[in-house]
Design a protein around this ligand. Structure first.
Ligand code: GLU
Ligand code: MG
Length: 451
């Protein structure tokens, strides 16, 4: 049988679009199809499997998960969240094209273990019950080219910046193309440590943006053949990689409501209630924001991360930091004013963390909680009596402690769907089991490869 001439036409790679979900452990997964068939996936999305939400960072399906091999779901694309980066430093690499999704049942009902739906619902509660909008930005620190001994420059130096200038240039262009509105790419304190920041945005898009930053940063590194890790600690005694979540609230007219010029620290009464709620539930929130065994090598004093549940002004060892506002050039402090949540790292799901922080803040507003856990100095420099007098508690020392705190925090616990909690506890139990014999150094090596 002879081939027709048409059969000999050279083929070209098919452009693919991926519908993604970022799961409970902050891993972005999905399914791809030819981009020119997008129309047929727009309404009903693509198939998905419940047990995918029971995967541990070790890529094992947690044994105690609620679903086993049963069930079917759909990933429904949120078309406005599409990310496209047509090209990058490797001219032969395919472009990035993915769309965030909400997970639904096959009849279109929302699936209660979907972290993006959880965040969407919480933001809707802020709007409906409090008349507030939420604006947020995530800052990310990571290590780049850290396996190369030549990549050893002074902290924050021009040399460190220049070492990664080509990477930084591609990264900013790719983020811009993806609509992420990048702000800065900067060398950090640690060897081969860098940071990328982007502008704040309202609603669910803020958490999507955190995912976009992680995925695009990894993709540019992959294309340039550079090793990269967002893991909170690469060496037990090394400098840590944090993720910092900046949050502000606005009324329906868009006016900032966290700021009051009458207060010394600028925090309005509503802002104080919100902060008090977050601080009250902080040990439990760590189960989501610092969700892996290695997270607790970072949540220690002198890491510029956080080790106590306190509000602090202009102090980077506070869990909740009042960020500086600038008045140079007549800038308005109200518009810049925001609180930074610092006990957070990139082993967490941005959607789940943002949703649970918002829940805690909402409880604070609903109960008009009083803000007492405040200290502008580093809390570890206070005596135990001084901390007790201000109601400043230590953050959990381990993931197990954080999970226990979550179980004990009835009011926060009850805000969360049972299915999501069942899956989460199953995943974390399995993860703890598989890492329990690892030394800190082994944990560092292990998680550096996973995140
Ligand atoms: N690397 C620190 C952390 O683990 C943060 C340093 C900074 O304030 O930029 O959170
Ligand atoms: Mg930093």
């Amino acid at each position: 049988m002879s081939l027709s001439s048409a059969d000999k036409t050279p083929i070209a790679p098919t452009a693919l679009t991926t519908i993604v979900t970022t799961d409970l452990i902050g891993v972005t997964r999905g399914r791809s199809f030819p981009s020119d068939e997008l129309e047929s996936y727009r309404v009903a999305g693509c198939g998905w499997v419940p047990a995918n939400s029971a995967l541990t960072p070790q890529d094992v399906v947690a044994s105690d998960n609620p679903w086993g091999s049963c069930g079917d779901l759909r990933l429904i694309p949120d078309m406005g969240s599409r990310v496209r980066v047509p090209n990058g430093p490797d001219a032969n690499a395919p472009g990035l094209d993915f769309i965030h999704s909400d997970i639904c049942e096959t009849d279109g009902q929302p699936w209660s273990a979907c972290p993006r739906t959880l965040l969407r619902n919480e933001i809707q509660r802020y709007r409906d019950e409090l008349g507030l909008e939420v604006t947020a930005a995530f800052e990310h620190e990571f290590n780049l080219g850290y396996l190369d001994p030549a990549n050893s420059h002074h902290a924050f130096s021009l040399a460190a910046q220049h070492h990664a200038a080509s990477f930084g240039g591609w990264l900013l262009s790719a983020l811009k193309a993806a609509g992420v509105e990048p702000e800065m790419f900067l060398p950090e304190y640690g060897k081969a440590q860098y940071e990328i920041t982007c502008r704040p945005i309202q609603g669910v898009a803020a958490a999507d943006r955190a995912v976009n930053v992680r995925e695009i940063t990894r993709e540019i590194a992959r294309q340039m053949g550079l090793d990269i890790s967002f893991s909170p600690k690469l060496q037990p005694d090394g400098v840590s990689n944090g993720v910092h979540l900046h949050i502000s609230l606005q009324d329906q007219a868009g006016h900032p409501v966290m700021y009051s010029p009458e207060q010394d620290n600028g925090l309005s009464t509503l802002g104080q209630h919100w902060a008090a709620g977050v601080l009250k539930y902080l040990p439990a929130l760590c189960a989501f924001s610092a969700p892996t065994p290695i997270s607790y090598l970072r949540l220690k004093p002198h890491h510029w991360s956080a080790s106590y549940a306190n509000l602090g002004q202009r102090n980077r060892e506070a869990s909740l930091r009042i960020c500086p506002t600038i008045t140079i050039g007549g800038k308005s402090p109200a518009k810049q004013y925001n609180l930074e949540f610092r006990p957070l790292d990139a082993t967490s799901s941005p959607h789940l963390t943002m949703a649970t922080v918002l829940m805690a803040g909402r409880i604070g507003i609903e109960h008009k909680l009083v803000l007492d856990a405040s200290a502008d100095e580093s809390p570890d420099t206070l005596s135990e009596e001084q901390r007790q007098a201000r109601n400043i508690v230590a953050l959990p020392g381990s993931l197990s402690e954080a999970l226990a705190s979550l179980r004990d925090s009835k009011e926060l616990f009850e805000q969360l769907p049972k299915l999501l909690l069942d899956a989460y506890f199953a995943v974390k139990a399995q993860e703890l089991k598989s890492t329990q014999t690892m030394t800190p150094a082994e944990l560092c090596d292990h998680y550096a490869r996973l995140y």
